[in-house]
Design a protein around this ligand. Structure first.
Ligand SMILES: Cc1cc2nc3c(=O)[nH]c(=O)nc-3n(C[C@H](O)[C@H](O)[C@H](O)COP(=O)(O)OP(=O)(O)OC[C@H]3O[C@@H](n4cnc5c(N)ncnc54)[C@H](O)[C@@H]3O)c2cc1C
Ligand code: FES
Length: 298
């Protein structure tokens, strides 16, 4: 384990800064990539799994909306946004040169060196790929205790057209793709052919032995999960109790900085604010009661 890398992630300083839209790229009918550049100065470096509160200028949407940073390449801050309502629709309509404000980086991200773990499984559901791509970028940049070859990525998507989300993990890794409602060709074969029909969690269990070239005991594996809430809960309930499991949780957020207490969730160590102590929470610390007991079947 690299001693210079902190085991426990902590919130970092944040800034509220003007940005410009550099590009908005439609990935599917309801997914866009948003590239932004600072108008004046750069915010502090984000830890993987941290997020920014994005405020659109022009008054169409008054409250900020939280989004995980996918990558910061040079000065370009990239976000992947699923269109679900007013704020995200307005983001999808942004054009290069439009102004916005970014507040962040906020919250507590994924640990860079989970205790005892020498392999890392990234389990992404849909646009949950965003915070996990930031983990892989940090691994590739040597900012974690893992090497890229230690990391396996499983990406679960609902429809085959969302396979484009795999791009977020390239060029560092090729995710194992799990498609819940896969397209099939005339002969009934799943398209794309590399896809596993089912959920990301099902795919991880079905292919567990193939994720790394050598067998790895569960206590040496960390699993980072990001996706819809039912997926996080299923992962916390089913993944081997000995594995270190961390999930990126979501809740509607107002302030994003720990003041309004609008994002509080109950955990085994009391109420925590998802925007401050989270969004990344640990199964071991926050939800130990969800871990399977020894002998439970997955
Ligand atoms: C820490 C964090 C990181 C996030 N990262 C991403 C990301 O990288 N990409 C991405 O596409 N989305 C992400 N989200 C979710 C995103 O913030 C919401 O989808 C967005 O705020 C919805 O805004 P809207 O105005 O379009 O929807 P609204 O019109 O406000 O709501 C539309 C529907 O979505 C529900 N909703 C709104 N916000 C949330 C939420 N946070 N969690 C669950 N349901 C919600 C509402 O109850 C409503 O049913 C993240 C959320 C959090 C808390
Ligand atoms: S959103 Fe205000 S405390 Fe978390």
């Amino acid at each position: 384990m690299t001693s210079s890398i902190a085991d426990v992630a902590t919130p970092t300083p944040f800034a509220d800064l003007p940005f410009f839209v550099k590009d908005v790229q439609a990935l599917t009918s309801d997914l866009v990539l948003l590239d932004t550049v600072p108008a004046e100065s750069l915010p502090p470096d984000a830890q993987p799994g941290q997020f920014f509160q994005i405020l659109l200028e022009g008054g169409e949407v008054y409250l900020r909306r939280p989004f995980s940073l996918v990558t910061r390449l040079g000065v370009v801050h990239r976000f992947a946004v699923r269109v679900v309502g007013r704020g995200t629709s307005a983001i999808a309509r942004l054009r290069p040169g439009d102004r916005l404000r970014l507040l962040g980086p906020l919250g507590t991200g994924f640990p860079l060196a989970p205790p005892g773990a020498r392999k890392l499984l990234l389990l992404a559901g849909g646009v949950g790929a965003a915070p996990l791509a930031s983990v892989l970028a940090a691994v590739a940049a040597g900012k974690t205790a893992f090497r890229t070859s230690d990391v396996a990525v499983v990406l679960g998507i609902r429809r085959s057209e969302e396979a484009v989300l795999a791009r977020l993990f390239r060029p560092w890794a090729e995710p194992l793709l799990a498609v819940e409602r896969p397209s099939r060709d005339a002969e009934g074969r799943v398209v794309p052919p590399v896809a596993f029909p089912g959920t990301a969690l099902d795919a991880a269990f079905a292919r567990w032995q193939e994720l790394w070239p050598d067998p790895v005991p569960p206590e040496e594996i960390a699993v980072f999960v990001a996706g819809p809430k039912p997926m996080l809960e299923a992962a916390f309930r089913r993944l081997p109790a000995a594995a270190r499991v961390y999930g990126a949780f979501e809740a509607p957020m107002a302030c994003g900085t720990g003041l309004c207490r609008g994002c509080v969730v109950e955990t085994a160590v009391g109420n925590v604010r998802l925007c401050r102590e989270g969004p990344v929470l640990s199964r071991e610390v926050h939800f130990p009661h969800l871990a399977p007991r020894e002998g439970d079947a997955s």
